[in-house]
Design a protein around this ligand. Sequence first.
Ligand code: 2IT
Length: 443
Amino acid sequence: MADINSFLNQVITRNPGEKEFHQAVREVLESIWNVYSKNPRYREAKILERLTEPERVIMFRVPWVDDRGEVQVNRGYRVEFNSALGPYKGGLRFHPSVTLSVLKFLGFEQTFKNSLTTLPMGGGKGGSDFSPKGKSDNEIMHFCQSFMTELYRHIGPNTDVPAGDIGVGGREIGYLFGQYKRIKNEFTGVLTGKGLGWGGSLIRPEATGFGAVYFVQHMLNDLGKEVAGHTFAVSGFGNVAWGAITKINELGGRVVTVSGPDGYIFDKDGITGEKVDYLLELRASNNDVVEPYAQEFGAQFFAGKRPWEQAVDIALPCACENELNADDAKLLVENNCFMVAEVSNMGCTAEAVELLNKNLVYAPGKAVNAGGVAVSGLEMSQNSTRYGWSRDEVDARLHIIMGDIFKTCKKHGTSNGKTDYLLGANVGGFVKVADAMLAQGVV
Ligand code: 2IT
């Protein structure tokens, strides 16, 4: 049988230039190789060869007309990665950094993340290189309508159920849903993250951040600690950061940073109360900068810098992939940070992960941030039964799911009394998908 390096080289040769995809595959393979190579059934069925090949990749032109009457052309994608556990499920990202490589890495990660949630969802991801920054509401609506005019033929409530991601929030889901319904003449749960009044679920906007903090809470309790009394560095200032900060405050922790592409804010008094609400205003302004926070509340702003240089107990990357590199990881370790939980997908570079996993408690995005897609799964359940659960009911289920993910990580990642959450998440996520693929034959 091929060793891990020759297998990885095959993946690189088959997918030239897709460095984010290579990075995600390498990370998972390094964790699961031991389990994989010991199981002849996985090898004979070429589980890894199939798992690293998306079931289907759809790429399409998205033409639209801007407010000045000029024709614009973007590229749209949907990567239907793996349907062993259920309909393809995963977000849509609208950001200029979107490439096929980025969406393949996200779809691959999503497959294992969705497996960890315990809910019946396969993995997928999509989006466009469209930049919502500075666009009018009218332009965003026209873009979403054009995007869905192609995407609608590939998705469905039992086939593929997209949701939001970076650049796609409640407003965009609304426009996408409206166009789907118009074309198909069907009101179905084909998207999640819908508005509360038209099929959405309570807690979905908060779910990624809340779930991440519940996971952190489990890791802290395991060390005999609590959220209360600890200082947190958070990056980003979108929906995910907002949810995490809200829950940390509720549990008595203190968040001292948020960040944007322009730099980061250090607010020693903690980001609380109206300051948390202000983050939503900043995001809705479509400007993608955090500096105005500093003027508004008299906090410090560090232009062009990242929050990882601050001395904190716990760091939560909540922005985008590879936002925390080896130098950042060294600084965190030197400053006695004892826990890094990735809330963004693949938030740390491979070198950073290696350093962090050696020196402190580190947990990967596919475990920590799974609460978002988990509540999407609960939105699907509610849509299927044409019923809606209370806030407490959804929150209780989210608690159970994050607790189960924690247990899976412990089960597959613990040896000699120490838990490697990276190993536990990757093995736990993989085994369920691999066994389902075995059961379903060569498809
Ligand atoms: O990365 C993610 O898990 C998401 N963007 C959420 C996906 C979803 O289907 O809710």
